[in-house]
Design a protein around this ligand. Structure first.
Ligand code: NAD
Length: 367
């Protein structure tokens, strides 16, 4: 294999722009670190979010909320969180009286997102909420209204928007690097293990689409920068599989965008997928895996030549990047790049996907 040139390593012009965009703007650094309370000490919160405060410049972990006293003891001790800053769900509204808490980060099962986000806003706190934002358009709208009324910010945990390869893919795709985009394919899925809230509709709001298919949908939207006008969806669920008593397994959905771009997407709870491809008139941009916690891989085919693109290690990973972004938005009075409206836009499409699959027809998506 030929020696990789510096230009290839940096990914050319696009990478330079990405790295510049990731840097903290001059004069924008918060005077003090913004304090986060984490609500729900499950797998994602404890394994991905909490350890990454260590890499933050502007955000720090100051409080914990859990229904399990042993977890409050364990993680409180591990992260040096005082007993006064540890809350049960029954205690939650007392966060109002804790000036160290600026942001409440909701990392609970999906159907609990709206309630805790709204209560956090009513306590005067900014809100970071995990994807999917909630389980219906109506809930998303209520969350946005609550934060607007309280004058607090609302951001959704779309971490890929803080990940350098995805940011480069957006620049290259929207910039026409492989010609105008004609087609996007996006696939996300994993075999769901049984006996978890994800398979219990009252807690999850739906199956693979809510949990992992949303990555295919969100990528199609961020790679085009457009909102889809219609969707055609097909569901394939083996109802004899005990995992899928109340939620769907696979959904294939085809999104039409105003410019004529079509996105052909897959969501699955019974097979492994993690990738997307942007196909333009002169080639394609491929990402596989596209949205893991680490280890993204990109290659580009242009004018008949396929080249891997490798970026230098990021100074800050996607988790620290999103935590710091919210902190900077609070200090600077700016709007997060993934506000509540972004979660609402995905939820509008998800509702249309479910309707299309149920009614076996193409469904228009209202703006
Ligand atoms: P998890 O099951 O590991 O954690 C859920 C937490 O909620 C647990 O601590 C549990 O005790 C608590 N909980 C409170 N009330 C509960 C109830 N009634 N039933 C079940 N659990 C209850 O789940 P997770 O994987 O950490 O997911 C939590 C949220 O984070 C979900 O919304 C999920 O979509 C999101 N998530 C996002 C990413 C990402 O990459 N952005 C990755 C994983 C999960």
């Amino acid at each position: 294999m030929a020696t990789t040139s510096r230009r290839e390593i940096l990914g050319g012009l696009g990478a330079g722009m990405v790295l510049a965009g990731m840097a903290t703007r001059a004069g924008a650094a918060p005077a003090r670190k913004i304090g986060y309370a984490i609500v729900g000490l499950g797998s994602y919160a404890t394994r991905q979010i909490m350890p990454n405060f260590a890499g933050c410049e502007h955000a720090r972990l100051v409080a914990l909320v859990s229904g399990t006293p042993a977890k409050l003891d364990q993680y409180g001790a591990q992260y040096g969180i005082a007993a006064t800053h540890r809350y049960s769900y029954a205690d939650f509204d007392r966060i109002r009286d804790n000036p160290d808490i600026d942001v409440v980060y909701v990392v609970l099962p999906n159907s609990m997102h709206a309630e805790y986000s709204i209560r956090a806003a009513q306590a005067g706190k900014h809100v970071m909420c995990e994807k999917p934002m909630a389980v219906s358009v109506a809930e998303c709208e209520a969350m946005i209204a609550a934060c607007r009324k309280a004058g607090t910010k609302l951001m959704i945990g779309y971490r890929s928007r803080f990940e350098p390869y995805n940011r480069l893919a957006i620049e290259l795709a929207r910039g026409g690097h492989v010609g105008p985009t004609r087609l996007i394919t996006a696939e996300h899925g994993f075999p769901a293990r049984p006996d978890q809230w994800r398979l219990d509709r009252p807690l999850s709001g739906g199956g693979s689409m809510m949990d992992i298919g949303i990555y295919s949908l969100n990528a199609a939207r961020y790679l085009t920068g457009e909102e889809p006008v219609s969707v055609s969806a097909v569901e394939t669920t083996d109802k004899a599989d005990p995992r899928f008593k109340t939620v769907e397994d696979r959904i294939s959905f085809l999104l039409r965008f105003p410019s004529g771009i079509v996105a052909n997407c897959i969501s699955s709870y019974s097979s492994s997928h993690n990738g997307y491809r942007v196909i333009g008139t002169q080639g394609w941009i491929d990402m596989e895996p596209a949205t893991p916690y680490q280890g993204q891989s990109m290659s580009i085919r242009k004018d008949g030549v396929t080249t891997p693109r490798t970026l230098p290690p990021a100074a800050k990973n996607q988790f620290a990047g999103q935590l710091d972004h919210m902190a900077e938005c609070i200090v600077n009075g700016t709007t997060p790049i993934v506000p509540g409206e972004e979660g609402l836009a995905d939820m509008r499409v998800i509702e249309a996907i479910y309707r299309s699959a149920a009614e076996r027809r193409e469904v228009a998506i209202r703006a």
